[in-house]
Design a binder for this molecule. Structure first.
Ligand code: ATP
Length: 188
């Protein structure tokens, strides 16, 4: 079953064509690495997949999805656990999903710390925890390894592998190495 399908997609931004005729699909349990130099259109592809940007031509079909973008989307004033619980509530997920995500990203000891006091890497992991707790089958991760140390990249890779093992699918746009065994690659 495909969780994301691009059919002959053309993407233009600011009057400039970024890519055209792009077709690929990501199946349940699958992974897709989106690579390319700065400005190639990796973030734009993720935004197309998220439904935040319209294709100039072609079609994008996606099931329920969760997006990790540059801002973490977490309320900076709330303790981390409450900021995550807010989104989990909107996504209809139980509190246990938040606790599991905090544990998976080694954030449980920071649960009561306001989001604004987290370090860059901790905030990135917090954004990943929001995605992990969303219950969405399709994860769209834009530069998820930015700001992460080597150990945290290992946590990210394990999180992705566990989601895929449960039948989820993951799209990762990255200029840093992120291990996703068996993933396809879209090189822009
Ligand atoms: N809102 C916008 N309006 C006009 N042009 C835009 C807009 N957002 C991005 N662009 C342009 O689209 C091109 C692709 O940007 P995008 O962020 O998708 O690339 P990227 O591959 O993710 O780059 P990077 O590796 O630097 O993050 C760039 O030339 C950028 O200037």
């Amino acid at each position: 079953m495909s969780l994301l399908v691009f059919r002959d997609v053309t993407c233009a931004r600011g009057g400039r064509m970024l890519f055209e005729g792009l077709s690929f699909a990501v199946e349940a349990g699958g992974g897709c690495l989106v690579t390319g130099p700065n400005g190639a259109g990796k973030s734009s592809l993720v935004r197309l997949a998220a439904g935040l940007l319209d294709a100039a031509a072609g079609s994008v079909e996606a099931g329920p999805r969760a997006l990790l973008g540059e801002p973490s989307a977490l309320d900076p004033e709330l303790p981390l656990v409450r900021a995550l619980a807010f989104w989990a509530g909107i996504d209809g997920q139980p509190r246990a999903a938040v606790d599991a995500a905090l544990a998976a990203l080694d954030l449980a000891h920071l649960a009561e710390v306001p989001v604004r006091l987290l370090s860059t890497g901790q905030r990135r992991r917090a954004g990943l925890a929001r995605v992990a707790a969303s219950g969405a089958p399709l994860w769209l991760l834009d530069e998820p390894a930015n700001g992460l140390d080597v150990r945290s990249i290992g946590l990210l890779e394990a999180l992705i592998a566990a989601h895929r093992a449960k039948g989820g699918a993951v799209v990762v746009a990255t200029h840093l190495p992120v291990a996703m065994p068996g993933a396809s690659e879209v090189a822009l």
